[in-house]
Design a protein around this ligand. Structure first.
Ligand SMILES: Cc1cc2nc3c(=O)[nH]c(=O)nc-3n(C[C@H](O)[C@H](O)[C@H](O)COP(=O)(O)O)c2cc1C
Length: 255
């Protein structure tokens, strides 16, 4: 249709990399494009950590649910939802003495979600910019796991949250497109839950599209496989435990 839509439609995640790293010019172009993303109130509620230390990459490959390709990625970025920088700016510029406004206000969960949205949109801009330069990427959601460990090794202060990690590099293998299931995603005006008959059709469609996998005895079909292999998996339980820890840390009352 046009080169931008063609690029978006050609997306696939890259987990095997040619060892040649992106050039400095390419990195700057990708980071600049990330920062051109829309951002709530133009506040840029995120920071981007470039993980250059190989020992730290090696550690993240383990702490992010044992995914060794992370250690081999030529360029690794962590997108951190960041309200800390604004809290520090408020303090440094004496906002607590501004007359006629409340003082001692701390960021709430709405601020956290807004910062997560900002950081994620910036990350996706980076993905698209990188792909336009022939650089592939893969999100790592497991950066939200093991909160206590990631806060320590990335030195993340209280009003931050690592919402996404990106592994980037030129693809070392041919791209393989994963089809999307586009039925029932777009609703008109209001949300509509699917009927039992529609749910059975969706399950059959998913089996046809992705294969009726059976990862364990007794598992029948793609949906049951997702339930057994992802939804109820140890990593999902750890993700939920860890995110509760991040939220508690963000919200805990001042000592
Ligand atoms: C929030 C998020 C977290 C993800 N986490 C991982 C991950 O930890 N490891 C991984 O190999 N892929 C991860 N992915 C990539 C997805 O598996 C991938 O996008 C999906 O299977 C569709 O494939 P495609 O991107 O090639 O179209 C993640 C993607 C997103 C958006």
């Amino acid at each position: 249709m046009n080169p931008t839509i063609d690029l978006l439609n050609a997306h696939c995640s890259t987990r095997a990399y040619d060892p040649t790293p992106p050039t400095d010019d390419e990195k700057q172009a990708v980071l600049h494009a990330a920062m051109r993303a829309p951002t709530a109130g133009n506040l840029m509620l995120y920071s981007i950590l470039e993980i250059e230390d190989q020992a730290l990459k090696d550690r993240l490959a383990v702490t992010c649910d044992d995914q060794p390709f992370i250690a081999r990625a030529p360029w690794v970025l962590v997108f951190v939802a960041d309200f800390q920088k604004w809290m520090d700016l408020f303090a440094a510029t004496g906002c607590d003495s501004v007359p006629g406004v409340p003082h001692g206000v701390t960021p709430g969960l709405g601020d956290l979600l807004m910062a997560c949205t900002d950081a994620t949109i910036a990350a996706q801009n980076a993905v698209v910019a990188a792909e336009s330069l022939g650089i592939g990427s893969c999100y790592i959601g497991d950066i939200m796991e093991l909160g206590e460990t990631h806060a320590e090794i990335l030195e993340l202060p209280r009003y931050t949250f690592p919402i996404a990690m990106l592994c980037l590099g030129r693809p070392g293998v041919a791209p393989r497109i994963t089809e999307r299931y586009e039925k029932h995603v777009v609703h008109t005006n209001t949300y509509r839950r699917l009927s039992e008959a529609e749910l059975r059709d969706v399950s059959d469609d998913l089996d046809s599209l992705y294969g009726a996998r059976a990862s364990k005895p007794g598992v029948a079909g793609y949906v049951q496989d997702v339930y057994a292999r992802k939804f109820t998996a140890d990593f999902a339980a750890e993700m939920n435990r860890s995110v509760a820890w991040w939220l508690k840390r963000w919200e805990k009352p001042e000592a």
